[in-house]
Design a protein around this ligand. Structure first.
Ligand code: SAM
Length: 284
């Protein structure tokens, strides 16, 4: 894969280490880089050098981290909770399974899985490139008394800091559109799954209901940046959000990229008329 990783140097933040804030891990593997000064990618509607994108995405989430959870509720009128619930219902996690949630942000998916699995739950591993987001989640875990339910890892979805075939299930919610190389992140998800393991991706997708797309456009390009400016103090971050959603592959395209990465039984469920979609695939 061309990316060197040293799993022994990885800092696992569990209950014993939670007194200290999570720090950005200097050993984070950067993922594949384009030729110097060469390849470009998109950051929202802007074209930027590949090497710049991860830093720009990091700045966005550094800026919004303290208000991220509140903004999620305000922006979606709470609907993101139903979408996340739909993915977890479909995954139907069971006690005893090893699960990793990638691009976990503040750990919302892990908290929801633990609530669902109750006392029988084993720790869920979460992994995000941004230490700020993880720290907001860590404070949330302290408030909820869930410190021992989650393993916190600062790492890159494009070069996951886990050995091959480590997990029974891998999820990613609203994270895939932020990575620089989507296909690399999909390949990494498959690599860390055990045979028989399942990957689920919840992401904004292509609206399939006539007229809803127009309303949705107006909302996301006008109301959303305004709300981001007022509540999170960062209008630009929420403009990026709207743009990055439009640049993300539609349902069919993402499904074929999963198949190209070797996932089997790829299936899609649309949510709210395609505003979001869950993709599911198995490593067989
Ligand atoms: N999954 C959470 C949720 O649904 O609430 C958070 C989603 S948030 C929109 C996107 C997250 O992806 C941010 O926390 C960001 O730091 C993370 N992210 C972006 N690029 C990443 C990468 N290359 N590797 C891991 N995480 C990444």
């Amino acid at each position: 894969m061309g990316v060197k990783r040293d799993f022994n140097r990885l800092v696992h933040y569990g209950p014993q280490t939670m007194a200290q804030p999570i720090e950005s891990d200097p050993t984070i593997a950067p993922g594949p880089q384009g030729a110097p000064g060469g390849d470009t990618t998109h950051f929202g509607y802007r074209t930027v050098a590949e090497a710049e994108k991860a830093g720009m995405v990091r700045e966005v989430f550094d800026a919004v981290a303290p208000k991220y959870d509140l903004m999620n509720d305000l922006m979606s009128a709470g609907i993101h909770r139903l979408w996340k619930g739909a993915m977890i219902d479909w995954l139907a996690p069971r006690a005893g399974q090893s699960i990793v949630d990638v691009a976990s942000g503040t750990g919302d998916i892990a908290f929801r899985m633990l609530e669902r699995m109750g006392a029988a739950a084993l720790p869920v591993t979460i992994c995000d490139i941004n230490a700020e987001m993880l720290n907001v989640g860590r404070n949330r875990a302290i408030d909820k008394g869930r410190l021992d339910g989650i393993n916190w890892i600062c790492g890159n979805a494009e070069a996951l800091p886990f050995p091959d075939m480590s997990f029974d299930a891998c999820t990613i919610a609203f994270g895939l559109r932020n990575v620089t190389h989507i296909d690399q992140a999909i390949a990494e998800a498959r690599r860390v799954l055990k045979p028989g393991g399942r990957w689920m991706c919840l992401e904004f997708s292509k609206v399939l209901v006539p007229m809803l797309d127009k309303l949705y456009d107006a909302y996301s390009f006008r109301a959303l940046p305004w709300l981001g400016g007022v509540v999170a103090g960062d209008r630009e971050a929420y403009r990026y959000l709207a743009e990055s959603i439009r640049r993300f592959p539609d349902q069919k395209n993402l499904a074929s990229r999963m198949e190209a990465a070797g996932f089997a039984q790829v299936k899609v469920r649309n949510l709210s008329g395609g505003i979001a979609a869950v993709h599911s695939g198995w490593r067989i």
